[in-house]
Design a protein around this ligand. Sequence first.
Ligand code: CDP
Ligand code: MG
Length: 153
Amino acid sequence: MQRTLILLKPDCVQRRLMGEVISRFEAKGLNFVAMKLMRVTPELAKKHYAEHVEKEWYPTLELFITGAPVLAAVVEGLDVISVVRSMLGATSGLKAEPGTIRGDFSSSRQMNLVHGSDGPEAAEREIHLYFSQEELLDFEPTITPWVRASDEA
Ligand code: CDP
Ligand code: MG
C-alpha cells in the first residue's frame, strides 16, 4: 500500500472543480487519509518546488500556487503514486490526453489543476511538508472487499 500527496491547485479551487476532481479519485477506489484547505506560503512553495526554484518560469509558478487557497490531501491505494500521475495526464493541459484530469479541464502548461507526487521519495517528503503525523488517519474503508480481491496486496 502506498500514499501520495495531491494538491488541488488554486485554479481548481477558483474554478469550482474540487468536487469533480475528488469524485474521480473516490470513484477510482482511492482512500483519502488526510485533507485540508490552506494557503501555500512563498517559503512552502520554494520547499515543495525545490527542483524548479532556479527555472526561469519559477517566479510565475510561485505567484500562481500562492495566489489562492489549495486543497492538500493524502490518498492511499495500491500503486497510488503512478495511478494518480496517470489520472492527471501530461504536465501541460495542452498536451494531456482526453480522459485525464488535465486533458479534460486544463488549457494551460502552468494552470494544470492538480499536483501529484512523482515517486516514493517525493511522496514521503511532500506528505510531511503539508501534514503532521497526527493528521494522517489510519482506517480501513468497509467497501475494500468490493474494490479489489483479497489476494491483491
Ligand atoms: O506537475 P508535474 O510533475 O507534471 O510537472 P513539473 O515539470 O514537475 O512542474 C511542476 C509544475 O510547474 C507544473 O505542474 C506546472 O504547474 C508548473 N510549470 C510551469 O509553470 N511552467 C512550465 N514550463 C512547466 C511547469
Ligand atoms: Mg513534478
